[in-house]
Design a protein around this ligand. Sequence first.
Ligand SMILES: [Zn+2]
Ligand SMILES: [Zn+2]
Ligand SMILES: [Zn+2]
Length: 444
Amino acid sequence: MCMERASCREDFEVGIICALSLEYNAVSYLFDEFWDEDGDQYGRAAGDPNNYTTGRMGHYSVVLALLPHMGKANAASAAASMRASYSGLRLVILVGICGAVPYSWGSEILLGDVVISKTVIQYDLGRQYGDQFIHKDTIDDSIGRLNKDIHNLINIFETDRGLDWLEKRAVYFLQQIHNKVARTKRRTKYDYPGASNDKLFEPTYRHKHHVSPDCICRHCASDKDPVCEVALGSSCADLGCDEKHLVTRERLFARHYDHDVHELAIHLGAVASGDKVVKSAVYRDKIARETGVIAFEMEGAGVWDEVPSFVVKGVCDYADSHKHKGWQNFAAATAASVSKAILERYIRTDKAMKPPVGADEYDRRDGGSRNASATPIPRPNVGAMTEQDPRLMEERHIDGPFNATFSNSGPGDQFNAPGGTQNISRGNGNQFPGATFHGPVQFG
Ligand SMILES: [Zn+2]
Ligand SMILES: [Zn+2]
Ligand SMILES: [Zn+2]
């Protein structure tokens, strides 16, 4: 098990990247322990400017990096440096906040919901023609394909049971954040802002001076007309944005009797990643129609190119002109909670094993054959290891014959020893050391 402190950088399998300090804050509350309380223990590779926070989240050693600035290029260079320093990373999650497409593929997305990327689309890549913009949006050019490991992880959450579990577990971790801040000066920081503050205006209804008749806002009718600078930085209430133009949200309406109760919902889909902050409902809906994205953010494409990664972002606005920062902390907390829950479903992979002392002798005596019937050194049943490519065998390091972690798959009883605890799983099929399932589990 990885409950013990990672001994070196190579021991870290999971990385988290945040673009904003408010995102970093929420993630920090979900670390079970920090390993840098007495200063950094792990160092970094030459040329890596990143600042890292290290610790344990669940049963994973996690390295957390906060980007110096937003945007794709910063994210890409930080992720490349992270990979250079932490070469054992198998999974990097970009955790934070995003703007959502409020109605996607028949389902509503509300503020505080969380989006998980099945793919990342660089929607601002493409060719601008006189009359139209053609997206470079096929899998092979601007869209990143999930690596197999991450695809399999996320696939589970596309099942009803997997998603229900994830939502329930995320609520548990959200409560953990609330508990941690409960007795501090930040006790209200992660409170649910309330359904009455989740306002979605009609896409063509602009955020501008509706009541003050003497500025350029007066002439603003369509999405292309100018709006004054003051309006851009003002709240809907100050400008007089009329709530008659709000869109009814079925999910909020359905629980109108209890506006202060939050129901965490998670959506999987394509996420748009670009260097522009989207503040236009018309543009948002146009990109959503053309590419099928359900959310907008700014770092995914950069990280995606460099490390095996995906995006988990809480919805803090609808990428329209009325957006404001009131939901950012809460959205960051829901995203952090979902990320920690996802990690619980990330099955640990056996560590490479060192040959036992005397292994050379063993190899000589049985002529290098793994199928020799006489075994001079007692070994646990290594099952499928005998079917491994011999080159892989050489790379394995076994600390001692019984201190090994291994598993096998196929018919019959399975033997595994995660962290040195020996288990036998009865029955047929693949076995999953280190994971506990209740009831039937469907792997799609
Ligand atoms: Zn361990
Ligand atoms: Zn104005
Ligand atoms: Zn407004």
